[in-house]
Design a protein around this ligand. Structure first.
Ligand code: SAM
Length: 211
């Protein structure tokens, strides 16, 4: 699998949007500025390999890509027939992502709904998703419960980063999916290479049994 062009800004710390090593805050302004000052070509990357593993086991339905960034995963999912809601705090990221999707043609672009929202203050819609995925988004302790609420019974939640989703999910309601995470080399915006040691967790929301 090629890792060239994978998203570089991965593996940052959590803690309510603040990096543990310094005081930079990963708020909307940070992300708007990051995408505004990035080379659009460098934003193109391969879709996340763990999403591919999970999604390939599922029948395409409705999916939420939470913190979609430049949209590689949203486009891949739409190509596979998923109806995608691609959400990000950054409208600049969404503009980049929409432009990439439109190059795929109306079938793919037409299956993606772009939504600007802050996941830390986001409320799950009542009609849930078959798959909710999030890759490398901060403040997961605030966000994962909201994402979990957006998964319909029988649907799947996938979180790629260093966060123990099982700590915030009710074990009576969720069945973990065993996934193997491997170290992988990714290309950063500045052209350097970086080794990622992902932690990947997924779980299926157990559908209530009818008596
Ligand atoms: C490291 S990038 C990852 C982007 C994409 N998921 C990927 O793997 O290429 C993190 C993304 O999360 C978005 N993000 C960060 N905090 C967010 C929040 N509170 N609500 C929605 N999106 C957020 C950023 O704008 C950025 O696009």
């Amino acid at each position: 699998m090629s890792t060239a062009g994978q998203h570089p800004d991965t593996g940052h710390g959590h803690g309510h949007g603040a990096h543990p090593d310094h005081d930079e805050v990963f708020d909307r302004e940070f992300w708007e500025n990051k995408y505004r000052t990035s080379d659009p070509a460098a934003l193109r990357h391969e879709p996340n390999p763990y999403l591919l593993v999970v999604a390939e086991t599922l029948t395409p339905g409705r999916v939420l890509d939470a913190g979609c960034g430049p949209g590689a995963e949203a486009v891949w999912l739409a190509r596979r027939g998923w109806e995608v809601t691609a959400l990000d705090i950054s409208s600049v990221a969404l503009d980049h992502a929409r432009a990439i999707a439109e190059q795929e043609g109306p079938d793919v672009a037409g299956r993606i709904t772009w939504q600007q929202a802050d996941l830390t203050a986001w409320t799950a819609p009542a009609d849930g998703y078959d798959l909710v995925c999030t890759n490398y988004v901060h403040a997961l302790e605030d966000i994962v419960p909201r994402l979990a609420a957006a998964v319909r019974p029988g649907g799947t939640l996938l979180v790629v980063d260093h966060f123990d989703i099982l700590a915030v999910l009710d074990p009576a309601e969720w069945r973990p999916i065993p996934l193997e995470a491997r170290s992988r080399v990714v290309a950063a915006f500045d052209g350097t290479e970086k080794v990622l040691d992902d932690r990947v967790m997924a779980a299926v929301r157990i559908a209530p049994t009818t008596p």
